[in-house]
Design a protein around this ligand. Structure first.
Ligand code: GDP
Length: 202
């Protein structure tokens, strides 16, 4: 059977929020997770690929920022918005809760196919990113790095960061990298293709 053609967006609707792995919905369908430091643009990336300007707002409503948020897609499988990290205000205990929830989800979620790690292209490879990558690699999870906000840099500078980041992670198996602009839609096709292939397990 031929794989279905790649859509120009992945329609998605909110399913539920879970504070920990235990409360996640049954692992009966593929999932692709999105992680990123606060302000890297994770919500904008989700809004861009789902074509829904307010989708990820759900994850930013009070009480949900520390939760794992699930969205059902129309192509089968789910998009999963992992809680962001790096809000200056968050207390030590809520940071510890974040760490536990995200680490457990990345380590033990059996239906997780891959992780999209959103970085700000002007500030890539922060401690947070390396921590997440280490967890993902410990579970042999495929990772696709998005160097977001590419519209903020010249073409030369953009490529420079892309090549340097590729070099940095050249020892990591199953890791791909692209530049992206949630604002302009640059790189959208490549991202949707990766997410679709993971969700449909091809
Ligand atoms: P989150 O905290 O990671 O979910 O980040 P948001 O999606 O809320 O984005 C944080 C800020 O960065 C907002 O002001 C966005 O408008 C802006 N932003 C996100 N993506 C881009 C992008 O690709 N280009 C530019 N110029 N700004 C962006």
């Amino acid at each position: 059977m031929n794989p279905s053609p790649i859509n120009s967006r992945i329609d998605s609707t909110f399913l539920k929020s879970a504070p920990s792995l235990k409360q996640c919905p049954p692992p009966e369908t593929s999932e692709v997770a999105f992680a990123g430091r606060s302000n890297a643009g994770k919500s904008s990336v989700l809004n861009q690929i789902t074509g829904n300007k307010s989708l990820a707002k759900v994850s930013k409503t009070p009480g949900r920022t520390q939760m794992i948020n699930f969205f059902e897609t129309n192509i089968g499988g789910r998009l999963v918005d992992l809680p962001g990290y790096g809000y200056a205000k968050s207390s030590k205990s809520s940071q510890a809760q974040w760490q536990r929830a995200v680490n457990e989800y990345l380590s033990f979620r059996e239906n997780l196919q891959g992780l999209i790690l959103v970085m700000d292209i002007r500030h890539p490879n922060q401690d947070y990113d390396l921590e997440i990558l280490t967890w993902a690699k410990q579970s042999n999870l495929a990772v696709h790095i998005l160097l977001n906000k590419s519209d903020k840099l010249s073409n030369n500078k953009k490529l420079d960061v892309l090549y340097k980041t590729r070099d940095k992670y050249s020892d990591y198996q199953n890791t791909s990298i692209q530049t992206f602009s949630a604002l302009k839609g640059q790189g959208k096709e490549e991202l949707i293709k990766t997410v679709t292939q993971w969700l449909q397990n091809i």
